[in-house]
Design a protein around this ligand. Structure first.
Ligand SMILES: [Zn+2]
Length: 261
């Protein structure tokens, strides 16, 4: 029976028995001992396929290297804000999700894994709720505990671009949303309403001129429609150009080729 249950790991090829396998959604198996550990903590193997996992592993290898080289022990120390489980480097236009390990009785910490993202590509940061049930032996009752997550979604990012990070309480999400909304200039407060309003007006104007171009059979329709879409996007997601420029400058200075589109 034991021999029948053995499957080759789709990544490293090692034969693994039932307890050492992780099954992916596409029917592939990977080994628990080595290849499962190559993915970021919390990676959703159950819903992932092999090409997506391989892309993620490549991302972790590349970004861990980059993080160690330019951010971990860099001098002068790069400043970041720890927010919603991520490190946000505003000056560099980048975000890092890092898993830090400890060794020698927790006196020494090291970078276990890192994934690097561009601030410009973050398009969603939403609250997610989960739960964990446990059985209490003493009272012989099972209880359910709420878990809170912030769900992030990055555009144009090969590898893991859609993930949830655990936050300690629901209220932390308010901080995350406020912070990123402000970063992208989409904060709907009195102080910022002028800016939001201006973006909305520009969106409406650009859409109007695209409609006019369509009606008159003008041949710059495509260009105008593109401008309209850009303006609409800015009104909804904020203006990302400054963040894109910062990330481009940082990556160019580091000599790191960004794999995104
Ligand atoms: Zn393996």
């Amino acid at each position: 029976m034991g021999i029948l249950a053995k499957k080759p790991c789709a990544i490293c090829g090692v034969e693994v028995g039932l307890t050492g396998q992780v099954k992916l959604a596409d029917g592939n198996y990977i080994c628990r001992k080595v290849c499962q550990k190559k993915a970021m903590h919390g990676y959703d193997f159950m819903h992932g396929n092999l090409p997506a996992l391989q892309e993620h592993i490549a991302q972790v290898e590349r970004d861990t290297e980059t993080f160690k080289k330019f951010l971990w022990k860099a001098k002068p120390k790069s400043k970041f804000k720890q927010i919603g489980g991520l490190r946000v480097y505003e000056d560099l236009g980048l975000i890092a999700r890092v898993s830090i390990g400890k060794k020698f009785f927790i006196f020494v910490s090291y970078v276990d894994k890192a994934c690097i993202y561009r601030i410009a590509d973050l398009y969603a940061y939403e609250y997610d709720q989960g739960s964990k049930s446990s059985f209490d032996l003493q009272s012989k009752t099972s209880k359910s505990e709420s878990l809170h997550f912030c769900h992030y979604y990055f555009w144009d990012t090969p590898g893991l671009s859609d993930f949830a990070v655990r936050i300690s309480k629901k209220g932390d999400q308010v901080t995350v949303e406020k912070y990123f909304n402000k970063l992208y200039g989409i904060e709907k407060t009195l102080r910022n309403i002028g800016n939001t309003w201006k973006n909305q007006i520009n969106a409406v104007k650009a859409a109007g001129s695209a409609v006019k171009a369509a009606a008159t059979g003008s041949d710059d329709l495509e260009e105008k429609a593109g401008a309209a879409a850009d303006a609409m996007e800015r009104a909804q997601y904020g203006d990302r150009s400054v963040w894109k420029a910062r990330a481009d400058a940082t990556l160019a200075a580091w000599g790191v080729k960004w794999p995104g589109v």
